[in-house]
Ligand binder design. Sequence first.
Ligand code: SOE
Length: 408
Amino acid sequence: MGQADADTPTLGVGMVGYAFMGAAHSQGWRTAGHVFDLPRRPVLAAICGRDPGAVRAAANKHGWAAAETDWRALVERDDVDLVDICTPGDSHAEIALAALAAGKHVLCEKPLANTVEEAMAMTAAAEEAEQRGQLAMVGFNYRRLPATALARSMVAEGRLGSLRHVRVTYLQDWLVDPQFPLTWRLRKETAGSGALGDLGAHIIDLAQYLVGEHLAGVSALTETFVRERPLPGGAVNGLTATAGATVGAGQVTVDDAAVFTGRFASGALASFEATRYATGRKNALRIELNGERGSLAFDLERLNELEFHDGTEPGAHAGFRRILVTEPDHPYLDAWWPPGHGLGYEHSFVHQARDLVHAIAEGSRPRPSFADGLQVQRVLAAVEESAGRNSVYTPIAVSPTAVSSVSV
Ligand code: SOE
């Protein structure tokens, strides 16, 4: 159990944004130093949002020492060493570039950007800043659950042998009601894309991380089921909205769902599904890997478990077995509870903060880096290009710096 002592150097954090991801990241920064022995003690220095009253309330609720209403002022604060970007995708590039130029480390929520061009500029700036000792990470938090980290190590050890299939879905249903208002996630100019960039980015990154390779090409279909929605009249927070006076309607300019297949460089075949219309599925991320020597399966709704089939066992004894990922020698677990007590969604953000603090103290490039985020952006763009050409197979370029970045 960690508790940084008084002479542990601090790491001042400044956060931009205070909605769902702002709350989740705040919990990660508050908790990491109290669970893990960290080489830097995170200090929640300042949080930023446009509404003075709302951001002051968020500072009080989430434990931030100060509140700012201009992210440019936050980036320049002397008590901020790291800028954590928890805003919609249309501001990621501007804020990250300014933070890197101001000498700060950066954590940026996924997807890295709204376009490949923005992601390329962010990656170039991050790699230049790295020469000055500044580090940057993109927040694909699902890599940081014990079960997915264990799965990655099992694949890397060869427990599955050569991979043949990757099958991954990310299913939500918060848009099934056509009366859900036209929030920022449904407009291309703010979100970049819909379920594809929001949910598809997660499963693209997780698949590439677990496999240890980049996707070489995709064939895709996307659909927008409800093309016009009421403009927000009431309160909206993340995925929920309260009814408000109808103030007209607007066009949905992003995808509601994306279905795509892909091929990894080694030849393994993959299928992906990302949707906000899977009625009854709330946050159902499921991935299964099939190799010549065995299979692994993970379900976010049972995130303390990993299903493993050892194909080398005698047929009479073979079968999927459940690994309860709560042992002290499982990833991250040595700092938490005794076996069997389990963790939750929010712990992935505590682990994200932990890993970033260690990377900063060691001066090593965090994973996933901005180059990893750029590679996901390239896949997102290829999916949209393929879908725009009626699912024609579309190859994916690989950035030179990204080649070495898909690793544990
Ligand atoms: C909405 O789909 C959302 O909040 C995503 O934006 C997050 O990245 C995911 O972890 C939960 O769902």
